[in-house]
Ligand binder design. Structure first.
Ligand SMILES: *[C@@H]1O[C@H](CO)[C@@H](O)[C@H](O)[C@H]1NC(C)=O
Ligand SMILES: *[C@@H]1O[C@H](CO)[C@@H](O)[C@H](O)[C@H]1NC(C)=O
Ligand SMILES: *[C@@H]1O[C@H](CO)[C@@H](O)[C@H](O)[C@H]1NC(C)=O
Ligand SMILES: *[C@@H]1O[C@H](CO)[C@@H](O)[C@H](O)[C@H]1NC(C)=O
Ligand SMILES: *[C@@H]1O[C@H](CO)[C@@H](O)[C@H](O)[C@H]1NC(C)=O
Length: 340
């Protein structure tokens, strides 16, 4: 009887002991923890990762997020926005051990201008990765087609880096992709015809190739595909872009400015959901169709520095924009009176 009486307080004490000794979340997974420490050691300067305290649960470390206790308490997100070249950011190459966080869903390392070098092949081990978000670094080399091995990717943002060379034709084979941002790199050559395959999924996606050195005609597969936003500005693209237009297209944001596009605007129908339409600095001819006054959401618009002629169709949409949105032009005018 006496022994039995003691059991209850001992059990309570043991429970209390384990409650106090265990951290609030499940202790960090040993493999994830080892990988994080190698990632910390792998950068020349680990920036704010320096604050990681080995005697605490890695799920509480700066930039690290784990899933719930019930789901295993694994590292699902590594999210670190730096402040450019300012001291305190990351520097060095991306460590191979980034591939050793098998539950990673979101990898965001952005605005660390001293992070350079190529993307490590080990990223292909991240079979759950949804968001590869690495803008505003100094990453370089060719865009690696091995990224297509990560079938779970929905967002790829490699913008504002130093990637060079051609866009690999395989770079369209991402079954779940929703956003592809490659702007402000040194990409050159023609856009691969396979790029149209990107928008095969049900929802239209966002594509930006702005601010590279891309040349040649925009492939017809790209022109025919279904985009939500499309930014091809500041390249050397040539040819006819009229298949992009069409009143029923879903596109809300179209920026083709600062290229060498040559087509006649007279017969096109503008997608009626457009909010942003910027076509300045091309060689677009013809006149502005009156249908443009149906674009009730249009907020940002520019057709200056083209070869447009004729009367700007007066109406609720065109009347919002002053001359700085149209001129210089070859021979556009506001009214019949100003035309003569
Ligand atoms: C690391 O965490 C332990 C336990 O919370 C604490 O005692 C120690 O002071 C911390 N070390 C640093 C460098 O912050
Ligand atoms: C990147 O860091 C620089 C320097 O601190 C800062 O001025 C800039 O706003 C940052 N850019 C972004 C997009 O966060
Ligand atoms: C693009 O799609 C076409 C037709 O759906 C298919 O035959 C082709 O293999 C795809 N190309 C790539 C690179 O995915
Ligand atoms: C466009 O082509 C011209 C002439 O080939 C070249 O000088 C210029 O740098 C190119 N611009 C871009 C943005 O690629
Ligand atoms: C339209 O584009 C031209 C460049 O051709 C630029 O100078 C002008 O400021 C732009 N207009 C507006 C309203 O942004």
């Amino acid at each position: 009887m006496a022994a039995h009486n003691h059991l209850v307080p001992i059990t309570l004490l043991l429970g209390l002991f384990f409650f106090l000794a265990s951290p609030p979340a499940l202790a960090c997974d040993a493999g994830d923890r080892a990988a994080l420490l190698k990632i910390q050691a792998g950068f020349q300067n680990p920036g704010k990762f320096t604050s990681w305290n080995k005697s605490t649960n890695c799920c509480t470390w700066y930039a690290v997020k784990c899933n719930s206790h019930d789901d295993g308490g694994r590292v699902i997100s590594l999210y670190y926005w730096g402040d450019g070249a300012a001291s305190g950011g990351l520097s060095g190459r991306l460590p191979d051990e980034l591939g050793d966080l098998p539950f990673l869903f979101d990898l965001t390392l952005a605005n660390h201008t001293n992070v350079y070098g190529v993307l490590p092949l080990t990223l292909t081990r991240l079979t759950r990765l949804s968001s590869l978000y690495l803008p505003l670094n100094s990453l370089s080399g060719a865009l690696p087609s091995f990224l297509t091995q990560i079938r779970s990717l929905t967002v790829i943002d490699l913008s504002y880096n130093k990637f060079s060379g051609l866009i690999p034709p395989e770079f369209s084979n991402f079954p779940a992709l929703d956003i592809l941002f490659l702007q402000a790199n040194n990409l050159e050559g023609e856009i691969p015809t396979t790029i149209g395959n990107l928008s095969k999924s049900l929802l239209p996606l966002d594509l930006s190739l702005s601010g590279n050195m891309l040349s040649g005609n925009i492939p017809k597969e790209l022109l025919a595909a279904n985009w939500r936003t499309l930014d091809l500005s500041y390249n050397n693209l040539t040819g006819n872009a009229t298949p992009l237009f069409g009143a029923n297209k879903a596109i809300t944001y179209m920026d083709l400015s600062f290229n060498k596009l040559e087509f006649d605007m007279t017969g096109i129908e503008f997608p009626v959901k457009l909010i942003i339409l910027t076509l300045e600095n091309n060689m677009i001819t013809g006149s502005i169709p009156a249908q443009i006054n149906q674009l009730s959401d249009l907020l940002i618009f520019n057709v200056s520095s083209n070869q447009l002629c004729g009367i700007i169709p007066a109406g609720p949409v065109m009347d919002r924009f002053d001359n700085t949105h149209f001129f210089p032009s070859k021979c556009l005018c506001r009214s019949k009176v100003s035309c003569v």
